[in-house]
Write a protein that binds this ligand. Structure first.
Ligand SMILES: [Ca+2]
Length: 378
């Protein structure tokens, strides 16, 4: 348990010197859900710049390292690389191996990375007997990136069995090309495709813009700046997106499991709930379920997961996330698209770059220093 200074997410100006005893202090606030009495972060392995994790065969969690390697975490620790594309990616700017995913049946494994030209690239490998088959490698989707930052890069399969891909607005600052609101580009979007339904992929028939000749058929949701990490709630199927802000507002976006897509999360007309640089709020703007400014709580949101494990019963159903600059592990209780409580677990994960969820719903915190820490009862 770390002793550190933290600020109340609710009160904003009131900073507390946190200790084990104060880990439950936020429970006094009327809006705050009950938190587990004591949580600890257990070091389970050390990686190099881990960026993403995915639950794999035989209760493993596969870990992506930014320079281009994939290693397998099991009860013994972290394996040697099972995939290495380090000669096919770079780590300048915000580039590198940024996302990994398995499909539902664990028959295919996917990489999301920027190639040597900086182009966002999603590739597929067949998996047999728990092992990636290198000869099966194929490119599913590519998207050129005009700048080295804001690549997004998270990928995951939804409860509908389709592959969702997050792409940032292309980078620089302030969305100079207006990609967030432009439905004729894949930048600044979350895509939904069916990689097993065609070559290189099929468009799911229910995608929201398939009948709009002005819009790209792959788009599921738009108006995103840098949706660095997103996830689906293993319990409900709801979609949760951590969208990194420009300079003022960090936000969590949400869509219910029954969504038919097409949500406009506002960027770059809006940053969080606020018009951006004189922007006008789009009529169909879906505001964030949660936003926070940079007056002490961080500078770059790191989206996480809704906890659906068994080790921490009181954390059940709460969204766990953090911030790269303030590694406090935070929680939101979200009911019907409304935040009904917020708090934190009284622990810091360091410079939290990502989270990973095991097959049984336990959560790991990944920091840029390489520590992989499981959220455990103290
Ligand atoms: Ca937004």
């Amino acid at each position: 348990m770390n002793v550190r200074t933290r600020c109340s997410a609710v009160i904003g100006t009131l900073c507390l010197v946190a200790s084990v005893a104060l880990a439950t202090a936020s429970a006094d606030e009327p809006d705050t859900p009950v938190q587990p009495d004591a949580v600890t972060l257990t070091d389970v392995a050390k990686a190099q710049n881990p960026t993403a994790g995915a639950a794999g065969p035989d209760d493993t969690v596969w870990i992506a390292e930014r320079a281009g390697t994939v290693r397998v975490l099991d009860g013994e620790g972290l394996s040697d690389p099972v995939l290495d594309i380090s000669d096919q990616t770079t780590t300048d700017g915000e580039r590198g191996l940024l996302g990994i995913a398995f499909d539902e049946s664990l028959a295919h494994f996917y990489l999301s990375y920027t190639d040597l030209e900086g182009t966002s690239t999603v590739e597929e490998f067949a998996v047999e007997d728990g092992a990636v088959q290198p000869d099966s490698r194929r490119t599913v989707l590519t998207q050129e990136q005009p700048y080295s930052n804001h690549n997004g890069g998270a990928i995951t399969f939804g409860p509908d069995g389709y592959l969702y891909i997050a792409l940032g607005d292309g980078g620089s600052g302030g969305d100079p090309h207006g990609n967030g609101q432009n439905l004729d580009t894949l930048l600044g979007k979350i895509l939904r495709i069916d990689p097993s339904g065609g070559d290189p992929y099929a468009i799911p028939a229910g995608n929201p813009f398939v009948d709009d000749p002005e819009a790209r058929d792959e788009i599921w949701a738009y108006g995103l700046r840098n949706p660095w990490r997103f996830s689906f709630d293993k319990g409900t199927g709801d979609l949760l997106i951590g969208d990194v802000g420009q300079s003022d507002w960090e936000e969590i976006d949400w869509a219910p499991a029954g969504s038919t897509g097409g949500e406009n999360y506002g960027w770059s007309s809006m940053e969080g709930n606020h018009p951006f640089r004189g922007g006008t709020e789009p009529a169909n703007h879906v505001p964030p379920v949660h936003e926070y400014d940079r007056s002490g709580l961080g500078c770059s949101v790191t989206g996480g997961y809704v906890y659906r494990g068994e080790a921490l019963p009181e954390l059940q159903g709460q969204y766990v996330f953090s911030d790269y600059c303030d590694g406090t592990i935070r929680t939101l209780q979200i009911e019907n698209g409304e935040v009904t409580g917020e708090g934190d677990l009284g622990v810091s994960g360091g410079e939290v770059i990502s989270f990973a969820e095991s097959g049984d719903g336990e959560l790991y915190v990944l920091n840029i220093g390489g520590e992989i820490q499981r959220i455990d009862p103290a």
